[in-house]
Design a protein around this ligand. Structure first.
Ligand SMILES: Nc1ncnc2c1ncn2[C@@H]1O[C@H](COP(=O)(O)OP(=O)(O)OP(=O)(O)O)[C@@H](O)[C@H]1O
Ligand SMILES: [Mg+2]
Length: 266
């Protein structure tokens, strides 16, 4: 029993490979190279890292990064209890000690002075200094850092430092080809092939509106959501409105364009 048993993934998370990402991740992990997963929202990055943690038999510690996150939130802090002040490891330190994969989701949301705490872990030193505790933790042999990054969403002010980026190997994710996406929707939503194909066609049209008023087209996640509603008996058109139109735009013209695309595909 270790403290990280709760973070072990015991059942295989379904992941349909899109390219050579599984082989590439395995090769990177074999060298304990830090990996960056780049790609738009809802394209399978989180599912992929869960699948890889399961495949490699490593616990997965996920941290959702945000603006107010401090280095102490990652590394740990002294807290007061009945016996006085006691050190509590943060999630990063736990992963470093126990040999987990530490997944820092949406890393660009964290401030740069927080992000730099991973620098000594992501070069050949593989150490984590706990300054407040006067301790330097050497990373467990199985420890690896994985980060996710949505290119295009951030401003210049909210980007990773060059010295952070250059520590990582990066895998680029995009929405899968129609054939692969159909398989994913069938499996994840439990709908028949014809229905999955229809939803995928609607998504393609929605993605064509990217840059024409839409920040981003419908993601694979949205397609799966539409499929889940259909599988519960919601009529397709309504399911698409709820899962693929209303969440992404309030603009009446765009809603109409998307509704037209849906009608054309049914
Ligand atoms: N290749 C794939 N294999 C299996 N399921 C997938 C795949 N790609 C996407 N999915 C489905 O899409 C959903 C969303 O994927 P996921 O949560 O991994 O997206 P993400 O890239 O992490 O998005 P975000 O950047 O918003 O966190 C998953 O829950 C899963 O149902
Ligand atoms: Mg994610």
């Amino acid at each position: 029993m270790t403290i990280l048993d709760a973070y072990r993934i015991t059942r295989e998370p379904f992941y349909r490979p899109v390219g050579r990402e599984i082989e590439l991740f395995e090769a990177a992990y074999a060298s304990r190279m830090p990996v960056m997963l780049k790609g738009p929202t809802g394209c399978g990055k989180t599912r992929f890292v869960e699948h890889m943690a399961w495949r490699l038999g490593r616990p997965l510690v996920t941290v959702s990064c945000h603006e107010d996150m401090t280095a102490s939130d990652l590394v740990g802090r002294f807290l007061l209890d009945a016996e006085g002040t006691v050190w509590h490891d943060g999630p990063l330190t736990l992963a470093v000690r126990e040999g987990a994969i530490c997944y820092l989701d949406e890393i660009v949301e964290a401030r740069q002075d927080t992000t730099v705490v991973i620098h000594s872990l992501t070069d050949d030193r593989r150490i984590l200094p706990l300054e407040k505790k006067n301790e330097v933790v050497t990373a467990h042999a199985d420890f690896q850092v994985v980060i996710s990054y949505n290119p295009g969403y951030q401003s210049v002010l909210k980007d990773l430092k060059e010295s952070t980026k250059q520590r990582f190997g990066a895998l680029a994710f995009a929405y899968p080809s129609p054939a692969v996406e159909t398989e994913i929707v069938m499996r994840e939503a439990g709908v028949e092939r014809r229905m999955a194909e229809t939803l995928v066609r609607i998504a393609e049209r929605s993605r064509n509106l990217k840059g024409h008023g839409l920040e981003e087209g419908a993601s694979t996640r949205m397609l799966v959501n539409a499929g889940l509603l259909v599988a519960r008996g919601v009529p397709v058109e309504e399911a698409c409105q709820v899962a693929m139109v209303v969440p992404i735009t309030d603009d009446p013209d765009l809603r109409e364009a998307l509704s037209g695309a849906i009608a054309a595909c049914l």
